[in-house]
Design a protein around this ligand. Sequence first.
Ligand code: AMP
Length: 148
Amino acid sequence: MSDYKKILVAVDFSDYDGIVIGQANRLAGKFNAELSVIHVLDNIPMPDTPYGAIIALGDQSGDSLLEDEKNRFNQVCDSVDIAPANRWLIWGRPQEEIIRLALTERVDLIVVGSHGHHGLAALMGSTAKGVIFNAECDVLTVHLKANQ
Ligand code: AMP
């Protein structure tokens, strides 16, 4: 196995983000890899930005919903000191945007959380599953359990 050089961790603003980003950050440290973070906005209408689906984090949008999401995202990224250029807030479908960014940024490892869905959620699929089956690079799932 060769060393990973570019790692992308996907965060969903759940209570588990600290665990997932913490593991990705430790891995990045061990491999001396560059760590990027992505959150995909799939819960608010397409924001009206001049940049399309990629949200510029430095500008004020005037949209309070979007500003709240930007603040949450920056807090998660600040927790492990992610460089501004490696923070990706993108509007769209999580699975698609995570895979697309990994390709365009030449990422060699994607890190996602996995709740090990059962029942209906397992039948319908999950973001973690979609990324595992469709990504063109390695994917690490951080196993998440309640009360972790
Ligand atoms: P799920 O399969 O939807 O339960 O989510 C499992 C993992 O997929 C999360 O721990 C994140 O790593 C990733 N994920 C889910 N939704 C998003 C999102 N909107 N943006 C970025 N990553 C996400």
